[in-house]
Design a protein around this ligand. Sequence first.
Ligand SMILES: CC(C)(COP(=O)(O)OP(=O)(O)OC[C@H]1O[C@@H](n2cnc3c(N)ncnc32)[C@H](O)[C@@H]1OP(=O)(O)O)[C@@H](O)C(=O)NCCC(=O)NCCS
Length: 178
Amino acid sequence: MYTTNFISRSIEIRQERESDFAEIRTLIKTAFMSAQHSDGDEHYLVDRIRKTDEYIPELTLIAIHEGKAVGHIMLSKIWIGNTVALALAPLSVLPEFQNIGIGKSLIKEAHCKALKYGYKCCVVLGSPEYYSKSGYIEASKFDIHAPFDVPDKYYMVFPFVETGIPAGLVRYSNAFIL
Ligand SMILES: CC(C)(COP(=O)(O)OP(=O)(O)OC[C@H]1O[C@@H](n2cnc3c(N)ncnc32)[C@H](O)[C@@H]1OP(=O)(O)O)[C@@H](O)C(=O)NCCC(=O)NCCS
């Protein structure tokens, strides 16, 4: 059984590099095979986002254990009304490394960097049980709304700042549109 200490001792988190892309593709595909909700497109989504202006290499991170990529997170640009903000998608951890804090650590590190770059908030579509553990709140409470039909509780936001969070309808990169 791995422990939290394992993360600090054995997991390195850093920005992804082009030489990691093939390994990351396999990682995402493998992680989502066991996911409750998946359209099987997540690894392609990452490839598509990387080709757009909405890709932010500095906010796309991997977790490495003994030279192997075991987790990945991508935050990319979206708009809330007319203001640029971030979306978290996707987040992936290899099945044998799940539930030991790697996902939470990736989110924390990505949030820290996003704040330094001046972003105001990050939205996510996903499990409220999971993302609330990292501080995500229903986006509708901030008058932030998804451009698709989804029950409010599954569409969340993490505010990086106390004031000045943009409100309105979210617009995604074309990379999200199949
Ligand atoms: C979801 C995922 C990224 C979580 O990463 P992780 O490193 O396993 O999670 P962490 O170790 O940071 O957090 C573990 C906690 O989250 C909970 N959790 C894990 N996956 C969850 C899920 N899908 N729904 C709700 N809770 C979940 C665990 O029960 C655990 O709870 P605890 O802290 O109270 O014990 C990972 O399981 C994964 O890659 N799943 C497949 C892909 C996927 O579903 N991605 C998310 C899309 S929204």
